[in-house]
Design a protein around this ligand. Structure first.
Ligand SMILES: Nc1nc2c(c(=O)[nH]1)N[C@H]1C(S)=C(S)[C@@H](COP(=O)(O)O)O[C@H]1N2
Ligand SMILES: [Mo]
Length: 408
C-alpha cells in the first residue's frame, strides 16, 4: 500500500494513512483472489469479425436528446463528463439543426463559389478530395452553450451546462486555396456561406477569417463527416461560434459587404444593458469546466482522486488552468495535458485528496491573448443580463459530505 501510494506521487507529505477510493477495496493477494484470477480460463469463442465496429454493449454513454415538440429544430448535447481526453467520438458530437438533418447523396452534392471572383467555380466532392487537404483538431461550440449559467439558476450537470460543445479532428481543404483558385477580387470583404438544408442557413464570414484558417471539411475523426455534422461538406471556422460553421455547405458568395441574413440579425446578436446590440461577435471566449467530479456524480468516500476537466478558447491556445477546492478563495495550477492545440479542447488534471467535508470546486483558465475566464459578476458588469450568447463564466460544483456533487 505504501509503495503504491508513493508511486502515485500524490504528495502525502504527512504520511497519514489515506484510502485510495479508486483502488480495489481489498488487497487481492491477501484474499487469494489473485491466484483465482490468474487461473480463470477463457474457453468460449467470441463474436466474429464485423465490417464496421460497435462499442461494448456494456457502454451506455449517450447524447442528451431533449423532449421537444419540434425535434427537427432541436439540439442534442455531448455528455462531456463521460468522454475522455480531448476528442469527442463522432456518435457523441452535439447536434444543433434548424431544419433537421438532410439526406444528401455525395455524388450529387456541389459547392458553388461565385460573386466577386474572376472565375466562378463549382466543385464536386471528388474535385475537392483531389486538392491538397489539411487535418486539424478544433472544437465546435454553439454560441448559446452555457447560456443558462448567466443567471443564478445554473445547470445541474456538465451535459446541460456545457454539452453544446465538442472537439474533433477535421479534415478538409483550406478555403483560402479555393478562393485563390476562383480569383477573389481586391474589394472583397465578406462572403456568404449557405447550407443545403430547408432553413437555408446562411451567415456572413469576414474575408480575413476565410483567408486564415477556414476549412471546407469532409471528414471528422478519420471517417466521412457524420450527417448530423454536415455530410458531405461543412464550413469550419475554427474558434468561431457554432452557428457560422455552416453544415451541408452548398454555396459561397463573395462580396464587399456583409449580407445581414436572418441568422445573424434576428439571432446570434447580443443585446447589451443600454439597449445596443452587438453583431458579428464571432470568436468564442476562453472557457473551462471541471468534468470530474461534476454535477450528478457521487464520490465513494474520502481519499485521493483526480480532478479533471476541459478548457478551450476561440482565440488560440489555453496557457493556464487553475483549480480551487474552496470556492475560489485559493487556487492551484492544474496540469495541461499534451497536446495543447489552438482552438481545441485542452484536458487539465489535478491530483487531489478529498477529506470528506463539504467543498466547492471551480476552475478558471487563460488563453494566449492573456485573457482570463471571468466570474459571473465580471461578465454581468460588462455584458448586462439581456443576452444568452457567449456566456463563459466559471462553473462551481459543490461536493456534499455524503459525496454527492451538485451545481453550487
Ligand atoms: N446548414 C446548417 N448549418 C448549421 C446549422 C443548421 O441548422 N443548418 N446549425 C448551426 C448551429 S446553431 C450550430 S451550434 C452548429 C452545430 O454543429 P453540430 O451540429 O455539428 O454540432 O452548426 C451550425 N450550422
Ligand atoms: Mo448554435
Amino acid at each position: 500500500m505504501k509503495d503504491r501510494r508513493n508511486f502515485l506521487g500524490f504528495g502525502l507529505a504527512t504520511g497519514a494513512a489515506v484510502t485510495l477510493t479508486y483502488c480495489a477495496s481489498e488487497p487481492a493477494a491477501k484474499s487469494g483472489a489473485a491466484a483465482a484470477l490468474e487461473d480463470e480460463g477463457r474457453d468460449q469463442l467470441g463474436k466474429v469479425v464485423t465490417a464496421y465496429g460497435e462499442r461494448s454493449t456494456f457502454e451506455k454513454t449517450a447524447r442528451l436528446v431533449p423532449d421537444t415538440k419540434t425535434p427537427a429544430t432541436s439540439s442534442s448535447r455531448t455528455p462531456l463528463a463521460d468522454t475522455y481526453g480531448i476528442i469527442t467520438p463522432n456518435a457523441l458530437h452535439f447536434e444543433r439543426h434548424h431544419a433537421g438533418v438532410p439526406k444528401i447523396d455525395p455524388a450529387e452534392h456541389k459547392l458553388l463559389i461565385h460573386g466577386m471572383v474572376d472565375r466562378p467555380l463549382v466543385f464536386t466532392l471528388d474535385d475537392l478530395k483531389r486538392l491538397p487537404s489539411v487535418s486539424r483538431v478544433h472544437f465546435v461550440e454553439c454560441a448559446g452553450n452555457t447560456g443558462g449559467e448567466w443567471g443564478l439558476k445554473t445547470a445541474p450537470d456538465v451535459t446541460r451546462s456545457h454539452g453544446l460543445a465538442s472537439c474533433s479532428e477535421w479534415t478538409g481543404v483550406s478555403l483560402k486555396l479555393l478562393l485563390e483558385e476562383a480569383g477573389v477580387q481586391k474589394a472583397a470583404q465578406w462572403l456568404l456561406a449557405e447550407g443545403a438544408d430547408a432553413c437555408k442557413m446562411a451567415r456572413s464570414v469576414p474575408i480575413s477569417k476565410a483567408m486564415d484558417d477556414a476549412m471546407i471539411a469532409y471528414a471528422q475523426n478519420g471517417e466521412a463527416i457524420r450527417p448530423e455534422q454536415g455530410y458531405p461538406l461543412r464550413l469550419l471556422l475554427p474558434g468561431y461560434e457554432g452557428n457560422i460553421n455552416v453544415k451541408w455547405l452548398r454555396r459561397i458568395k463573395v462580396s464587399d459587404q456583409p449580407f445581414y441574413t436572418k441568422d445573424e440579425t434576428s439571432k446570434y446578436t447580443e443585446l447589451l444593458a443600454d439597449g445596443k446590440a452587438m453583431i458579428f461577435t464571432l470568436p468564442m471566449d476562453a472557457k473551462s469546466v471541471i468534468t470530474r467530479p461534476s454535477g450528478g456524480q457521487k464520490l465513494k468516500g474520502p481519499g485521493a482522486l483526480e480532478i479533471t476537466g476541459l478548457a478551450w478558447s476561440g482565440r488560440g491556445k489555453i496557457t493556464k488552468v487553475e483549480v480551487s477546492t474552496d470556492g475560489g478563495a485559493t487556487w492551484k495550477p492544474a496540469q495541461l495535458q499534451d497536446p495543447v492545440l489552438t482552438k481545441a479542447f485542452t484536458r487539465f488534471r489535478l491530483p487531489w485528496t478529498w477529506d470528506g467535508t463539504e467543498v466547492q470546486l471551480v476552475s478558471r483558465c487563460w488563453d494566449e491573448t492573456g485573457y482570463q475566464q471571468p466570474t459571473r459578476e465580471e461578465l454581468v458588469a460588462v455584458r448586462g443580463m439581456n443576452s444568452n450568447y457567449h456566456c463563459n463564466v466559471r462553473k462551481t460544483w459543490k461536493i456534499a459530505a455524503d459525496g454527492s456533487v451538485t451545481n453550487a
